[in-house]
Design a protein around this ligand. Structure first.
Ligand code: OMP
Length: 224
């Protein structure tokens, strides 16, 4: 099995981000570029990272009307991302149009409930019920809209995997045991998430903020 770790390069400066990626490259299978990176460095920054030779997960978490999201998907074709995110709560028509507008080899995955949210946070948005129920509901919607998969926490991935056997599951909110969870609330270990059916393990600070990022990435890889 190829390395499922995608390192989240949530760093504001381009050169340190590129240097860090070169350090950890041998121990990860891909790189995730999110809003912080894309808003700071745009398409040219994405190309600089792509030149290092790892698959790119462009985590833009698109959430708008179908026409606008489809236009955004077309605008990023040239960057040839392997994976792009949209918010599943944007609805079925938006997800259908996002998938139709995506490049041929680009997986489109729907963010369900952010891993930084628990049941109380969910209730405050007006949704009653458990994070588990919300993830299952949005996974079903994403599948019916023709998406490739979803983003969920490691707490739900086992159940979603049973319901959607061919789905592609991106799991963030991962912490090696004993590491600080920070703003993440629904946390599991990388190994647990992989055993429960995660396709991609998104790991940021446990690698990028480690004293020795290459050693941290190697250590996590060794637990899988
Ligand atoms: O879409 C994501 O990647 C994502 C979804 C989610 O529910 N939770 C989540 O943490 N993420 C991303 O995963 C990464 C997690 O970073 P760390 O908490 O530093 O490992 C960040 O880049 C987040 O933007």
């Amino acid at each position: 099995m190829s390395n499922p770790i995608f390192v989240a390069l949530d760093l504001p400066q381009l050169d340190p981000a590129l240097a860090l990626l070169k350090q950890v490259k041998a121990h990860v299978g891909g790189v995730k570029l999110g809003m912080e990176f894309f808003y700071s460095h745009g398409a040219s920054g994405v190309r600089d990272v792509a030149n290092i030779g790892l698959p790119i997960f462009l985590d833009l978490k698109l959430h708008d009307i179908p026409n606008t999201v489809a236009g955004a998907m077309q605008a990023i074709h040239a960057l040839e991302p392997a994976i792009v995110t949209v918010h599943a709560s944007g609805g079925r028509a938006m997800m259908e149009d996002a998938k139709a507008a995506a490049g041929e080899h680009c997986k489109v995955v729907g963010v369900t409930l952010l891993t930084s949210m628990d049941e109380r946070d969910l209730a405050r948005t007006g949704v009653t019920g458990s994070p588990h129920d919300q993830v299952m509901r949005l996974a079903e919607l994403a599948e019916s809209a023709g998406l490739d998969g979803i983003v969920c926490s490691g707490r739900e991935v086992g159940a979603v995997h049973k319901q959607w056997r061919k789905g592609f599951f991106v799991v963030p909110g991962l912490r090696p045991s004993g590491k600080a969870s920070g703003d993440q609330k629904r946390v599991v270990t990388p190994r647990q998430a992989r055993d429960d059916g995660a396709s991609v393990l998104v790991i940021g600070r446990p690698i990028t903020r480690a004293e020795d990022p290459a050693a941290a990435a190697r250590e996590i890889e060794g637990t899988l």
